[in-house]
Structure formats: C-alpha cells, structure tokens
Design a protein around this ligand. Structure first.
Ligand SMILES: Nc1ncnc2c1ncn2[C@@H]1O[C@H](COP(=O)(O)OP(=O)(O)OP(=O)(O)O)[C@@H](O)[C@H]1O
Ligand SMILES: [Mg+2]
Length: 370
C-alpha cells in the first residue's frame, strides 16, 4: 500500500515548488483544478488531499466537500492566504477540512504534516480492514452455531428413520412376498438405510464444528476421521486423499477444538493444490504415536510456502488468500495445540508441497498404589 498525496493548485508554478520542496519524501500527484483532482481520485488511491482555497471554478473548500462525500477516508488539508482565514476556520468547524496551512508554507513543516496525515489514513484503513475481517469471522462462527443447532435437531428424527428402516427390513423377511418383489423391496430399503446413515454422519460432523466444546477423554483417530469426512468434498475436488491413521492413546481435550485444528490444516492443504493438476495432487493425513508424542501430519503436494511468507503464517489475520481468507486458521490452531501442551510446526518446499506436523504429549498413566 503506497497511497498518494494529491496537491491541487491552479498556479502550476506552486506545484513545481511544492514537488521540489518535498524532494521525493512522499508519492505525489498534482492537479490544476478541482475537476482534475476528482478524476485522479477515481483512478488512484489517495491518502491526503492538499488544495489551495482560491481556484477559479471550484474552490478548495468546495472540492473538500465533494471529496468528503465520495472518498470519506481521505485526509483533507487546505492551503489558504491570510485573507481567506475566516472561511477556512469555518470549513474546519463544519468538518469539511481537517486542517489548514497559511501561505507561504514552510517545506519542512508541510512535509511533516503530510507524512502524519498519510500515516493516519493508513492506520484508519488498516483498522477498517481488521474490523471487516472480524465481522467476517464472527459471521462464519454464527453460521456454524446455527448449522450445529439444525444438525442437533435433525439427529433424533434421523435416528428414528434409521430404526424404522431396519424394522421394515426385518418384517419383510417374514412376509410371504414373491421372491423377486421381496428382493427389490429389500434393496430399496438397504439403499435408504445407507442414505440415512450418510446424513447422520454429515450432521455429526456439523455438530462437531461448534458443539461439544467440553473437555473429555477423546479418541483422536475417530476425531480425525470425522473432520476428514466433513471436508472430503473440498479435498477430492482438487486431488486424492491418503489416510494412514493408527490407534493412539486417548487424550483429554475438546473434540471440537481438535477437530477444528484438523479441519484448518486440511482446508489449507486443499486450497494449496492447483486444480489443474487434480490427477497427481495428493493430501495425506497420518496419525501415530512416536515415543512420548502423538504425531498428526497433514501434507500436500501443493504450492508450498515462499520463504518471505513463512515467518508470518501463524500470525493472526495473516493471509495470502485474495478472496476471503481470515488468516485466523493457523493462529487458532496453534493456540489450541499449545493449550494441550503440544506444538505445531511446518516443513515446506516451494513448488513441491507442505507438511504441517502437530505433536501432542501422550498422557502419563497414573498408577495407583494400593
Ligand atoms: N498447506 C499450505 N500450503 C501453502 N500455504 C499455506 C498452507 N497452509 C497455510 N498456508 C499459508 O498460510 C496463510 C495463513 O493460513 P491460515 O489458515 O492462518 O489463514 P487462511 O487460510 O489464509 O485463512 P482462513 O484459514 O481463515 O481461511 C495462508 O494464507 C497461506 O498463505
Ligand atoms: Mg486457512
């Protein structure tokens, strides 16, 4: 982000003096009329507008009023002769102008003021961006809560449907149907049972995403399987999924939170894959015990992480995704893993792929002495 300072003055000699006075300290655009300034504002990102008050056609204050309406974040500074001082003060009081400078201006003073104004613009913009991302995160979270609620409500009726289907199959066996008819009906019931079981699994995964935050003794293999199922579609759209999951000792943790870590890593892996290379892309998930640790690895054969980015991937709000990444996935995952006494690290080769490794301590077995 390198937004401009736009200086507007109908006297082009002043523009030249201004540019040499600033001697390259800030990126500058110049215009000789209000109309020209408005056109430039549409084409470039401008942080600070500095305008002379006395210009034929549109005056400085009139220009500021328009800019306030159309580009409210731009910091507006007016340059004014002594005779116009009253009009300038009035403009400040009405919020049309942020500050004014009297002619003739002092280059050092003006440079400092412009630098500060530009910094203010950048800080405001950055804050807006953070707010936008927070709102997006909250919305995603709220959506998750709603989805989990619906999933929860669906669970009982779905379980009943599943039981009814089993019962119907049982009854069918006892009825004196023609053999062929009976087989056809039974096949339909088997298909229906499978479909219902698939729905039950999906709703279980939806619930996992926000419910059950409470800490319990959990089976990691099962938790990982469930997380995999809920993003299987996204992964399969871009490549093959390979699982190598061993039974590991149970740990005390929140199923939701551990599931969230796996989900974040899997989604990142899927998003790193180039869709055009679907036939050779692979995402691999492995789980096993290695001495005192339980090790979960999620690897992909995707883009890899460039070195200049690597140091920041765990920072909250750091994202390289153009459309809609919050940059919270890895930050939250690391927080969760750290709270469990574990660690998360990454190994990557740009152009070849990335492996994220989560290590969690195997709980000590407490032996009770009699
Ligand atoms: N498997 C991966 N391959 C390549 N880059 C990755 C991988 N995982 C993470 N990254 C990089 O790390 C950045 C931060 O990841 P993080 O999960 O925290 O946020 P995000 O994925 O950008 O956004 P969100 O998770 O909210 O959708 C990503 O934008 C991406 O640049
Ligand atoms: Mg992510």
């Amino acid at each position: 982000m390198n937004p401009y300072v736009l200086y507007v003055d109908d006297d082009s000699a002043n523009l030249v003096v201004f540019q040499s006075g600033l001697s390259g300290a800030l990126p500058i655009l110049t215009a000789t009329s209000g109309e020209e300034a408005l056109a430039l504002l549409k084409q470039h990102e401008v942080a600070v507008l500095l305008a002379d008050q006395r210009m034929p056609g549109m005056t400085g204050v009139q220009l500021m009023e328009k800019v306030r309406a159309e580009h409210p974040d731009v910091v507006r500074l007016l340059i004014t002769a002594y005779s116009d001082l009253e009009a300038s003060i009035d403009a400040i009081n009405k919020g049309k102008v942020d500050a004014y400078f009297k002619k003739p201006w002092e280059p050092a003073e003006l440079t400092l003021a412009l630098t500060q104004a530009r910094d203010r613009y950048i800080a405001t913009k950055w804050t807006r961006e953070l707010e936008r991302r927070l709102v997006a995160t909250e919305r995603t979270y709220a959506l998750g809560v709603v989805a989990a609620g619906i999933a929860h409500e669906l669970r009982n009726p779905l379980t009943s449907v599943s039981l009814c289907l089993q019962l119907a199959r049982q009854l069918l066996k006892e009825k004196p149907f023609e053999d062929e008819q009976r087989q056809a009906a039974d096949r339909n019931l088997v298909d229906a049972t499978r479909a219902v079981e698939a729905i039950i699994e999906i709703t279980a995964a939806m619930e996992l995403s926000t419910r059950q935050r409470e800490v319990a003794s959990i089976d990691l293999k099962e938790t990982v399987e469930l997380a995999i199922r809920s993003v299987l579609g996204e992964v399969k759209a871009r490549g093959r999924l390979v699982k190598e999951l061993s039974e590991v000792p149970r740990i005390r943790a929140s199923r939701t939170q551990v599931g969230q870590v796996v989900l974040n890593l899997l989604i990142n892996a899927a998003q790193a894959l180039d869709e055009a290379r679907r036939s050779t892309n692979v995402v691999k998930v492995s789980l096993k015990q290695e001495g005192p640790s339980i090790v979960l690895k999620v690897s992909d054969t995707g883009a890899g992480i460039p070195e200049e980015v690597l140091g920041r991937i765990f920072d909250p709000f750091f994202t390289t995704k153009q459309d809609g990444g919050t940059g919270l996935g890895l930050a939250i995952s690391r927080q969760i893993v750290n709270e469990l006494g574990g660690a998360i690290d990454v190994d990557t080769v740009p152009g070849q792929g990335t492996t994220f490794r989560v290590r969690l301590p195997v709980p000590e077995v407490v032996e009770r002495k009699q």
